[in-house]
Design a protein around this ligand. Structure first.
Ligand SMILES: [Zn+2]
Length: 299
């Protein structure tokens, strides 16, 4: 039923109208992995790893309609109050699966599309036995990039790296010491291993609070991304940037609906009509105890 509705919206031109309406806003997309597996992945029921042929079609769609900018260009423009061209879009990947190297990066390069990959730095540091081959293998959908591979990607492709924390723990459930380790140690690892000065951050599972956003800012991150709606005003707060999740279940119509921002309108309408729970936002306001756990970070 949903697929049918998406197809109707796509073929009727409604997605084109929504994209035009949102043309001055910056769209952020959130991928996880790209797989060359021809059969559905048992370990990935949510379809986080997009089939490479479907991914190639999505990139062709984006290249035709959007001005795809690196995250740092978006940040530089925002800092200088400089307007990016209409239909600007940023591509990001969470988790740092090895299939980014063997399946996603070559397709991104073919289409001249820059991307940012958020690494879970404990995994990056533990993948020492680099497989060497850059041909995709099924294990790449489960393994993570190593630091050597991340460096190779930085040298060879238009790829930036950021932190997805050290261990991908849900930050809002952690003690102050654990939270500090997650944010600070992953920041330091990125600086030490990839020679970055100001990495960006992706909150695990998109969960954040105002307090966490303030902590990320104080620690020196350039920005932080969530999985709230992926349409950002040019002057959107840099530490709560929204992203639209894209998965393997998104066919051409569903992809167009999500990228255009129309999916978000549908969620808002359904919420207003009481057809579904209030539009999901992953902001969790800190409880009284969480307030007391606030990190003691000095400027
Ligand atoms: Zn993640």
């Amino acid at each position: 039923m949903k697929k049918l509705l998406f197809a109707l919206l796509y073929y009727s031109g409604a997605t084109k109208f929504a994209a035009w309406w949102n043309r001055s806003r910056i769209i952020f997309l959130c991928y996880h992995g790209v797989t060359k597996s021809s059969t559905p992945l048992q370990h990935d029921p949510k379809g986080l790893h997009v089939n490479h042929e479907r991914f190639a079609k999505q990139l062709a769609y984006l290249r035709k309609r959007y001005n795809i900018v690196p995250l740092d260009e978006y940040l530089a423009a925002a800092a200088a109050h400089r307007k990016l061209p209409n239909y600007s879009l940023v591509v990001t990947f969470d988790d740092g699966f090895r299939n980014f190297l063997t399946a996603a990066a070559p397709l991104l390069a073919e289409n001249n599309i820059p991307a940012t990959v958020f690494l879970i730095t404990d995994h990056t540091g533990s993948q020492n036995g680099d497989r060497r081959s850059t041909e995709w293998a099924p294990e790449d959908d489960l393994r993570y990039l190593s630091w050597n591979e991340a460096r190779e990607l930085s040298d060879k492709y238009d790829v930036e790296f950021g932190s997805h924390t050290c261990s991908h723990s849900r930050l809002l459930t952690l003690s102050p010491i654990e939270t500090e380790r997650e944010l600070l140690d992953s920041f330091k690892d990125l600086v030490a291993n990839l020679n970055l000065t100001r990495p960006s951050l992706s909150y695990p599972k998109g969960e954040y609070s105002e307090m966490l956003a303030a902590d990320a800012r104080k620690l020196g991150y350039a920005c932080a991304v969530t999985t709230d709606r992926g349409i950002n005003e040019p002057n959107h707060d840099r530490f709560t940037l929204g992203r639209t999740l894209i998965g393997n279940h998104d066919d051409e119509a569903s992809f167009a609906v999500r990228v255009s921002g129309l999916r978000w309108w549908m969620v808002c309408v359904a919420s207003a009509l009481g057809l579904r729970k209030a539009a999901a936002r992953h902001t969790v306001e800190p409880s009284a105890t969480a307030q007391a756990r606030r990190l003691q970070i000095t400027d």
